[in-house]
Ligand binder design. Sequence first.
Ligand code: PRX
Length: 638
Amino acid sequence: MPLEHSRIRTFEDYQDAYRRSVENPEQFWADVAEPFTWRRKWTSVMKADLVGGHNEWYGGAKLNITENCLDRHLAARGNKLALIWEPNDPKTRQIRYTYRELHQQVCQFANVLLNNGVEKGDRVCLYMPMIPQLAIAVLACARIGAVHSVIFAGFSSTAIADRVNDAQASVVLTSDGLNRGPKQIPVKRVVDEALEHCPSVRRVIVVEHLGWPVHMQEGRDVWYHEEALEAAKTCPAEEMDAEDMLFILYTSGSTGKPKGVVHTTAGYMVWADYTFRNVFQVEENDIYWCTADVGWVTGHTYLLYGPLLNGATTLMFEGVPTYPDAGRFWEVIDKHGVTVFYTAPTAIRSLMATPLDNVLSYSLDSLRILGSVGEPINEEAWHWYHTHVGKERCPVIDTWWQTETGGVMISALAGVSPTRPAHAGQPLPGVQPVLLTQEGQEIEGNDQEGYLAIKAPWPGIIRTTYGDHERTRQTYFGPYPGYYFTGDGARRDENGLYRIIGRVDDVINVSGHRFGTAEIENAINQNANVVESAVVGYPHDVKGQGIYAFVICREGACNTAADKPHVEASIIETVVAEIGKIAKPDKIQLVSGLPKTRSGKIMRRILRKVAEGETGNIGDVTTLLDPAVVEEIINGRK
Ligand code: PRX
């Protein structure tokens, strides 16, 4: 049974598995991979390269991940629920698919893709609401060997166009509209705007969701439900190489342009499966709910692939935590008997800020395990989650990982290994974290802090950045050759538990979403009023980090105090148009200059201090070209 294989049940099991994974990784990962459905077994388990970043797993193997997510469960779990869908509006219809039904749905969608000319290796971009067809479409791509690239449906048309063009996608999947709490958003219209700039796209398949009329471009756009009429519910799975691309997922880095993180088939599959089972300690009858959107990596690995590979029941939620009221998460948990719940600190913090009755009026008796992901969880949020949601009986696991790692890297295994508030804990088997000094020396011993790096490859490691391997090499392997560099700082406590402190590069984590400061600055600089800008993060009660933008305006753009709100609003509008609402600056300060060194480099350290309100402790400003500018910035602080 998939749930029992390479299963860690006790702390001794964990220690034993960890030791084996370090002493003989090839044997360890060969054993873990044994029970999958392989069309052909691998000839080599791993090829490690933490210098050039050419890592490979299960070389020579042939498989299809959907046979492992679906087909192999049909005999024993055909009638078990695979997917439960909870709509935005609690009064409307839920959808439930058994493994057999989901298999049929995926096959049917796969046939629609095939009938529309999608071939193995083609890139398909998805810009869709959190509806079952999104899950089905992702799996349908994998079924026929097309590479899926899901774009979170909150990104703007410009951001969509950037991603579609980078991936050179030939097909886009979307819907007429989407529900987000009380709002409805015309998704197809956003896609239409984007595609004006995307010559590679020849077909758009539209899923009907809200029943809205949309413009269908002759020769390019088709309705899914019409295409499905002629599509069979069986579809043989394409045979893939272990290292064939499974998906591209765009994420921000410290430079301006989002990068397409590439994961391949076999290693990602093994990693998603193994980490899901052991981190969440899932049992056959669990109802598991990950609140992440499929547009982010958490939705890929822990809403879809991990649970389905394990034959688990996964819940997908269309809405938001505060609609129709701030008790919605808890209502959904009681309604469906959710046993394992995985969400983000930002959601917890936003719900903590509402009256406690919102949570106390639900029983939450079904829950047994709580998880957190995406950003550091502060102690207050950890305790609130543990006390009021978990009723002090559910372990809270704080899972640290990244889009690039494919799955969880550092976390307690629920109920098995020790937890400490605000600490992710110990590494998973196969993960060898180290703390480095800035110069790249390993820091030995406990009670230490440094740059977090990983010194051996694991099956889910990033394979490349789409179309630009050099970027992968430079970003992850260049800083400290021989290590995968995470970009995070961490502390190892006296017992060896890791606490993630935050990014050490120019990446801001807003509500668990990554943005490069350069990416937001590029967007702001598109505004006609703007000459230059500098963006930094600052502590934010709900979002974890907020976005603080210092902006120099063009002469004449902002002459009077009355101009300011207009200029600021127009800057926000530009960011929303360039990236999306999720990247909206929380604070904009118009300044006449930025603190620059004589060589023209912006001293972000100073801006960060101002944004954090630590203006009494700015540090040395003597190397600045114009130290007076600092005084002005401090005085104008928002
Ligand atoms: O800074 C870390 C933070 O989120 C970054 C990865 O972001 P992303 O690729 O979008 O993936 C998010 C979901 C896996 C990391 O570099 N991060 C993620 N999880 C945690 C975290 N920071 C602290 N604690 C966590 N549990």
